[in-house]
Unconditional design. Structure first.
Length: 407
């Protein structure tokens, strides 16, 4: 039996017009229009671990302990984290019934408020668990409740990105608060789950097969996060299945296209390349929390993508293989210099996994380490794109532990 990944119906007319034009021009082969996946296997039949997204109970305890004892690098990481305006317990949410994310001139509606509020919810949830200051818990809950009561419609030309990026941070906040703050009532939690299923999930349910890989990946990581928070194994399995064998640009081997680590967006620009591998790593971290070693897939292909991207953005040269992506829309003949050298806050998580968890030889993560060292203490992610602050959030204590899920 086949499960078909279709386009968002609100975009169907405009997308069909584009497809017809591409077919007539010979740019897009006719057979590329129908893409399917086997019905996803059960990747996680057992009960989910909670909290079990980017941070488990052990992770939260480690941050709290290290900050309380003023141990580096957590101390410096926390100082940067605390200084962010999104970490303030005085944050006031600005919920809206309708959010639109669009690049069309004059379009876009309330997306800026949503992006800021999800960052504040996530960071206040973490501030609560690290400091024990209940004011942060109340702020995180206020943001979650305000949006879950109000938010009804999410649309726009870039709705997949908006829903994937914003929903991911919000789901991480919700997962932390459900497990650490008993004052968040069952009725409020259920209302929040309904928002994720009814507002955030519909725009991402078919991924984004026509786009660059970071679009698929935003959908994929959010789908995993909703799956865990809503205890929906079908959603979780669907996202994990796409990671391993999805037909779009966001699957692991379609995004990191070869053993050298070249990425699907390496020929586009460097910020988007880092965005995409950051998304992949966040999926792997959730997988690890739930007992899956997605980091190790295809002979540590993720690490090769990080090494390639870090090396080039640290000023060294890398090989580039001309290629066309899975959609056929984005051929690339050379690596892009656009944004080169502007490192994003994505490197600490991956470094700590391959260095401190699994204990790979240092030469295998050489450039990832150099990038992390250059950024440390890691600051905020760009807008709602990635969590950032990896020095605080993902630094481990140097233990080599091969037991998947033992964080």
């Amino acid at each position: 039996m086949k499960q078909f990944y279709q386009l968002n119906t609100k975009k169907l007319k405009s997308v069909l017009s584009l497809v017809i034009a591409l077919i007539l021009s010979g740019t897009l082969p006719l057979q590329a229009q129908v893409l399917s996946l086997d019905t996803p296997q059960q990747y996680h039949p057992q009960a989910f671990v909670h909290p079990g997204l980017l941070h488990t109970t052990k992770d939260l305890a480690r941050m709290k302990e290290m900050v309380a004892n003023q141990i580096e690098p957590w101390k410096s990481g926390f100082e940067k984290f605390k200084a962010s305006s999104y970490s303030s317990s005085e944050w006031t949410p600005h919920p809206a019934e309708h959010v639109e994310r669009s690049l069309l001139l004059g379009a876009g509606k309330n997306i800026g408020d949503l992006e800021k509020d999800v960052c504040a919810a996530y960071q206040n949830a973490l501030m609560w668990t690290i400091t024990g200051d209940e004011a942060h818990a109340r702020t995180a809950i206020a943001i979650l409740n305000a949006w879950s009561k109000t938010f009804k419609i999410f649309d726009g030309t870039d709705v997949e990105l908006g829903a994937g990026l914003c929903g991911f941070k919000l789901a991480n906040a919700a997962e932390i608060m459900r497990c650490t703050y008993p004052a968040w009532s069952p009725a409020e939690i259920k209302q929040c789950q309904a928002m994720f299923m009814n507002v955030f999930y519909p725009p991402i349910q078919y991924f984004a097969l026509w786009a660059h890989g970071n679009w698929d990946l935003a959908c994929m990581k959010e789908m995993m996060a909703i799956g865990v928070f809503c205890d929906n194994h079908a959603l979780f399995d669907k996202a994990v299945d796409f990671y391993y064998k999805g037909p779009g640009n966001g699957s692991l081997i379609h995004y990191i296209i070869n053993e050298s680590g070249q990425c699907q967006e390496s020929g586009r620009d460097q910020p988007h390349s880092q965005l995409g591998i950051g998304h992949l790593s966040e999926m792997c971290e959730i997988g690890w929390s739930q007992g899956l070693d997605m980091y190790g897939a295809v002979n540590n292909r993720l690490l090769k993508g990080f090494e390639y991207t870090a090396k080039y953005n640290l000023g060294e040269e890398v090989p580039f293989e001309p290629h066309s992506d899975a959609s056929g829309r984005f051929p690339a003949s050379k690596i892009s210099i656009s944004g080169r050298g502007n490192l994003r806050s994505i490197y600490e998580m991956v470094l700590n996994h391959y260095k401190n968890r699994v204990g790979l030889p240092a030469e295998q993560y050489k450039y990832t380490k150099m990038a992390a060292d250059k950024l440390r203490p890691e600051g905020a992610g760009f807008n709602a794109d990635n969590p950032g602050f990896g020095t605080l959030l993902f630094s481990l204590k140097g233990e080599n532990n091969l037991n998947v899920g033992n964080k």
